[in-house]
Design a protein around this ligand. Sequence first.
Ligand code: SF4
Ligand code: SF4
Length: 643
Amino acid sequence: MAQGTAVMGTDIERLSLNQDARAMIARAREEGIETVWDRLAAQQPQCGYCALGISCRNCSMGPCRVDPFGEGPQKGVCGADADVIVARNLGRTIAAGASAHSDHGRDILEVFAELAGGVTEGYAIRDEAKLRALAEEWGVESDGLEPAEIAQELADLMMEDYGTRRSRLGFAARAPQQRTELWDKLGITPRGIDRESVEMLHRTHMGVDNDYVNTLLHGLRTSLSDGWGGSMIATELSDVMFGTPQPVVSKVNLGVLKPECVNIALHGHNPVLSDVILQASADPELVQLAKEKGAAGINLVGLCCTGNELQMRKGIPMAGNHLMQELVLLTGALDAMIVDYQCIMPSVVDVAKCFHTVIISTADKAKFTGATHISFDPHRALAIGKDIVRRGVEAYANRNPERVRIPDEAVEMMAGFSVEAILGALGGTPEPLVEAIKAGKIRGAVGVVGCNNPKVQQDYGHVRLTQRLIENDILVLVTGCSAIANGKAGQMMPASAKLAGPGLREVCESLGIPPVLHMGSCVDNVRILVLAAALAKFLGVDISQLPLAGAAPEWYSEKAVSIGTYVVASGIFTVLGVQPAIFGSRNVVKLLAEGLDDVVGAKFAVEADPEKAAALICRHIEAKREALGLEHRDRGPVLASAA
Ligand code: SF4
Ligand code: SF4
């Protein structure tokens, strides 16, 4: 199967849909600066065994590989066949992704606990109503308690969810009863967040779990410990500490950089850092220092999911998604890039060396050779934040104005659709959304999520799939780098309702919302789970009965594999646009693309072409409508003319 879905055009046009990206790729070529696309080309041909998932280096009797053509070895030295090797590799990928999300959640939880203890600087409980609602959900008696006391008790309970003493995670109760009973029956109810990932590493050690079905069932459980565990803790506590997002209009693309200002980009994932940097950048002394250096002020911009966290809560503009992280440096206008962890290419240090930009790493678990490391400590968060911003201001003095090239105008986008905001727009209940679905004005909803991947023309998968879905009256919920792609393409303003089919357009125009709703960062995919659970509970059905689907058209990361798996394990059909490393085992492919439907009521599909992916999803949604006894279209999607 082809990995890429590049459209016709010049060489550079085939790499990205965006004019700003194309201009910076051209500059990189002119100046001989290496980017991700050069390195992908240098890696060709990539290893076919690894691409199929049939290579193993889990022990030193190996490395081993299985011949996919049946002529060479069919088993590794230990006797593991293709099914076992593929399942073990996939299990480890899920565990890595779940661990990344859940460790991010733990970092937030630890700061939350320290905030409760009164020993942090720069943090506050910003959504007390949400804190009290969470306390009630977790069985904390909050009457008469101060917010800090409630937070302490809640933090203790949530920390227990990371361990081994529970039989079910606290947030799993948010799923409909039919779903939790199914998880119990299958033995995949998530217990401890860390426990499931550790058990996966144990199972995939040589000589432990040698039954691919059993390994993959634990893969579902591991992913559920992310979706209904670590990621959900990250999202909910971030809302309590930094504010629950509400709709906000902001801007996106490289045009958000300002030539007259100190430009500082925040890249990574954890809002614990970015929130204090935002506070520090407003410090009058630092603003004055910027002016003394000749700048008009300090301009903060976001990248990837840190950008999403800042944009949806504070309206901070977004410079770009995953494949823009090197290109933003190529503008010559970025004075500092502040990073925490996840999705930060080590190459940013090399690109930054071609300009005056300082790269400042902040997480002790994520250092970058060649970067300046400033260890972040929540006890002195604001002081450290000011130190970091000061370095950005000082770097501005080294900027060469003649090397500044900022392409394109910024595009407006609306962000901030938390579940609370969506329900608020609907009058406090899912009923209007359910009625619109029943009436067929909205056929269903799809979460289009995930990354950029240089194997796919940047943003094409997200933008084209989203366009096709909204044309077919399907509400699109986006997170992560997908949201940024849709924003750049102008699909995320209320006026974008005109791009939708007549039913969805009518609903969006009556509510004043876009047809593509920005629900946040990658960990915030759990907001989609929470919304799906609320709809299912309202209707008294399981999530798998709803006209919903998921898609990750340009995914690259292990976290995306964990997300896709917990979405399927929660009952939602999911289409991947990039081929996962499983095609070396027919049995594993058959299980994930067919058999899972009978087990969890949902399955995976792999489809690189977003036009075909849209058709698959539309047919799935109409089939779910039919099964619910709703009006349905027999002919599948009404694909509109090319966008
Ligand atoms: S676990 Fe088995 S297949 Fe993997 S490297 Fe060791 S011997 Fe080879
Ligand atoms: S969507 Fe993918 S690339 Fe983007 S921040 Fe999330 S994991 Fe990283």
